[in-house]
Design a protein around this ligand. Sequence first.
Ligand code: ZN
Length: 114
Amino acid sequence: MHEGAVAQSLLSIISAEAKQQNAKPLAARISCGSLNGINAEALNFAFEAISKGTMCEGLKLAIEQKPIRAKCKKCDYTFTFELHEPTCDRCQSDDFELLPDAPLMLEEIEFEDD
Ligand SMILES: [Zn+2]
């Protein structure tokens, strides 16, 4: 899995931001597409390991998974793809294409305020 690499890049972004704010980061919220399949537990574990001794030590990561979007080829409607109901929300067609998965994004960092 690629959680180790993701943790590494998150650590450098959050550290740079923390330095700029001159505050200790407590938590961060990230989002990614469902197809990206980032495992929250594995990511937190990897982050914990590499952040030891840095100002990011103890930081909690929350991951929000964005739904998969699809576009209907019949009516051009864009809808949220559900595995249990893989049809267009508007015309019920099953002729659609999946849209590219949402990229991994750092949404928000929460800092300790003093
Ligand atoms: Zn449709």
